[in-house]
Design a protein around this ligand. Structure first.
Ligand code: MOS
Length: 736
């Protein structure tokens, strides 16, 4: 329909982030930078036990400390509602409502003072007494409540148990994954400012509209009385999807002292206050023919969950559609523990589940004597296996082929322990990823002014992945403008409603809405042109025209036509605006299964034969994410996700002290993440084609880089050493 400047499209090109310069120049307003006249500062006081009751809360000394404006505890905190459930599950528990202690680090008080230092100093003076109870901290603890399939995650086809009983070859193993903590660089901050009964919140969130709806419900306010601004945040990885208790506390603190309040979590508080990837225990049982055809696939997960919290963590979700297998049974159970509430963390559920199933497929390949890549191709899901519907698009086979070629899989000697380079044992491993599909309703608005430039916006968020940039590109393409003539803005709840920047679903959800808004706007311009009988555009429908450099013309006749500016000037208008919305396609209507993004992961590890030192020497990821709007940014997501996967595989573990439930490594010094020395050759190749299900053809990139990484590494470790490590992270002791 439209194109940009002659000479090419702005889509696909490696356009730099449109907000790159303001970010590096310090001009981008992050929540922690927001200031108000008379700003006060809040600090939280946290429980030092994991379970029990508060027996004493003495606040006099803190209240008398210099600069202190208020000390809020459950004794003087207003009783508030719990927030409403959302698309991603129930809201976190509202803080300071009673004397129960459910986890170490739970907020027991909030101190408000003139300066952050005064608040922190006074927080130490709050006198907290405890009546401890036995803390349940181990996922295998039989005393802890087991919730069987609380979210209806169980999916079946055929009869997996019967097929396992009669299978020629069976394989069964248990896998476990450690808790991991999201560690965005930007410390989560909420700035709350009341004006009468209206509240403005500047928040580190991935979902502006959710903060607005949740806070409005908790405080009994109409939605439009809560204005949420989140134009920038310093990373999130899922931590910003829920409305965490500190957000509520900031709003209460501001109302209590009658001044704007800023609450910034410290790095240790980031470990307890904004979720973490929960630990899991999983069992996988596979049945196959001797030739390698899967006949049974069973995947059961138990996931750690907080004591009063809810967090649907879809560990077995991707197992349903990863392979063609007639008999399947998958299920997610939960174990309630005295741990800080978990939450989404990059590829939630899939990060843990893919480790188990892709390790198990590798183990089965050895049992069968089949190359692990061939076993995957032999059980390739040509159609979506649960529904039997054709995929809307699927280039996973090309991912395997292109990835194997790029990696040099054919040079792999299948014998375990056979590849060596000096004192390094070398191993090659592979994993496949069939991610899940996610698109939800979204709204956008587009305006073109008399100067011929466009302003497109939505309440959506950019967590640093590049949403602002790709939506600028998309708008420019759709409106036939150059990138410099389009401004895309987001992160404000007064803008049209958007779902979360999460679940790898925003680019498609929002892109479809932007597409609709831009098309609607173009139609408005054609309606304007149609008022002039002698206009070169009279009688043109939207599919008859192209826009080049802001000039609408009949396709193929670029010399004629009218510019946006000419049309607005002639009709005495300053601007035209149109709204658009997108909604997910309905498989009952389309007759196809909406395709997820797919990937193939190939890893080379090197293990020091004497010392057990493990190096991830190379990871190649081949990706089918449909149409790639900006290859530079998409590549960055896959590289970043792969590095996150290396962290999950060999470094990251949130360690809970067995006695107290305290997180013993809640600092950047103690919680290990990959640094440059841990990250070697990371290669990404994009294959596949635009998905035809939406006009923009995208399938989501954000989370795709992470799942499968740990399995590919563990499989390579086995190939190098013969050691099958079924727990994450893989540590040096396991390799000695
Ligand atoms: Mo995602 S869990 O929103 O990175």
């Amino acid at each position: 329909m439209t194109e940009t400047e002659p000479g090419g499209t702005v889509i696909g090109a490696g356009v730099d982030r449109v907000d790159g310069l303001p970010k590096v120049r310090g001009q981008a307003p992050y929540p922690s930078d927001v200031a108000y006249p008379g700003l006060a500062h809040a600090t939280v006081v946290q429980s030092v036990i994991a379970a029990g009751r508060l027996s004493r809360l003495g606040t006099e000394a803190a209240e008398a400390a210099p600069g202190v404006l208020a000390v809020i505890t459950h004794q003087n905190m207003p009783r508030l509602e719990r927030g409403p459930a959302t698309l991603i599950g129930p809201a976190p528990v509202t803080p300071l409502q009673d004397d129960r202690v459910l986890h170490h680090g739970q907020y027991v008080a909030v101190v408000v003072a003139e300066t952050p230092q005064q608040a922190a100093a006074a927080a130490r003076l709050v006198d907290v007494g405890y009546e401890p109870a036995d803390a349940l901290l181990e996922i295998g603890d039989p005393r802890a409540e087991l919730r069987v399939d609380p979210w209806g995650s169980g999916r079946r086809r055929g009869d997996a148990e019967a097929a396992l009983a009669s299978a020629e070859v069976t394989f069964e193993a248990a896998y476990s994954t450690a808790a991991n903590t999201n560690n965005p660089i930007g410390l989560f901050t909420t700035v709350a400012a009341w004006d009468g009964d209206t509240l403005t919140l500047h928040d580190s969130t991935q979902w502006t509209a959710n903060v607005q709806a949740t806070v409005a419900a908790i405080f009994g306010l109409p939605q439009d009385a809560v204005h949420v601004k989140a134009p920038y945040l310093g990373g999130a990885f899922g931590a910003g999807l829920r409305v965490w208790p500190h957000v509520i506390l900031a709003a209460v603190a501001a109302r209590t002292v009658g001044r704007p309040v800023r609450l910034t979590l410290t790095r240790p508080q980031m470990f307890t206050g904004i979720g973490h990837r929960p630990s899991t225990e999983q069992t996988v049982r596979l049945g196959a023919t001797r030739a390698g055809d899967l006949v049974a696939f069973q995947h059961h997960a138990t996931i750690a969950i907080g004591m009063a919290d809810e967090n649907p963590e879809p560990v077995t979700l991707i197992s349903t559609s990863s392979y063609a297998c007639p008999n399947l049974d998958v299920r997610d159970d939960e174990r309630r523990l005295n741990i800080p509430p978990p939450g989404p963390f990059r590829a939630p559920g899939a990060a843990q589940g893919s480790f188990a199933i892709e390790s198990a497929m590798d183990e089965l390949s050895y049992r069968l004597g089949i190359d692990p890549l061939d076993l995957r191709l032999r059980n390739y899901a040509e159609v979506e296996p649960q529904s039997g519907l054709r995929w809307s698009s699927n280039a996973l086979r090309e991912c395997y082929t292109a990835g194997a070629e790029r990696f040099g899989w054919s040079e792999r000697d299948p014998a375990v322990g056979s590849m060596r380079d000096g004192h390094w044992l070398v191993g090659y491993g592979v994993a496949g990823v069939s991610y899940h599909w996610w698109q939800v309703r979204c709204e956008a608005r587009a305006t073109i002014g008399r100067d011929g430039t466009a302003f497109v916006r939505s309440a959506a968020n950019d967590i640093g992945t590049g949403t602002r940039t790709v939506m600028t590109q998309l708008s420019a393409e759709l409106l036939g403008l150059g990138l410099d003539d389009v401004r895309f803005d987001l992160g404000d709840s007064t803008m049209p409603w958007s779902p979360a920047a999460g679940g790898s679903g925003l680019t498609t959800s929002l892109g479809v809405a932007v597409h609709a808004a831009c098309r609607a706007l173009l139609r408005r311009f054609l309606d304007l042109a149609a008022r002039d009988a002698d206009s070169p555009l009279a009688g043109c429908a939207i599919d008859d025209v192209t826009v080049t450099g802001g000039r609408i013309h009949r396709t193929g006749e670029p010399a004629a036509g009218k510019s946006y500016t000419e049309l607005l000037t002639r009709h005495h208008l300053d601007e035209l605006t149109a709204d658009g919305h997108g909604a997910p396609p309905d498989p009952a209507q389309t007759g196809v299964a909406p395709a997820p993004p797919f990937a193939a992961k190939f890893a080379e590890v090197r293990i020091d034969a004497d010392l057990g030192i493990l190096r991830v020497a190379r990871v190649v990821t081949a990706v089918d994410a449909g149409r790639i709007l900006n290859e530079k940014l998409a590549r960055g997501q896959i590289v970043g996700g792969t590095i996150g996967g290396i962290g999950q595989a060999i470094l990251e573990e949130t360690a809970f002290d067995a006695g107290t439930g305290r997180i013993t490594n809640a600092t950047f010094g103690d919680y290990l993440v990959p640094v440059n020395a841990d990250v070697h050759d990371i290669d990404v190749v994009f294959v596949g084609a635009p998905d035809p299900l939406t006009p923009i053809g995208t399938k989501g990139v954000g989370e795709l880089g992470l799942p499968g990484t740990a399995a590919a590494i563990a499989n390579a470790v086995h190939h190098a050493t013969g050691r099958r490590i079924r727990s994450l992270p893989i540590t040096i002791e396991q390799l000695l």
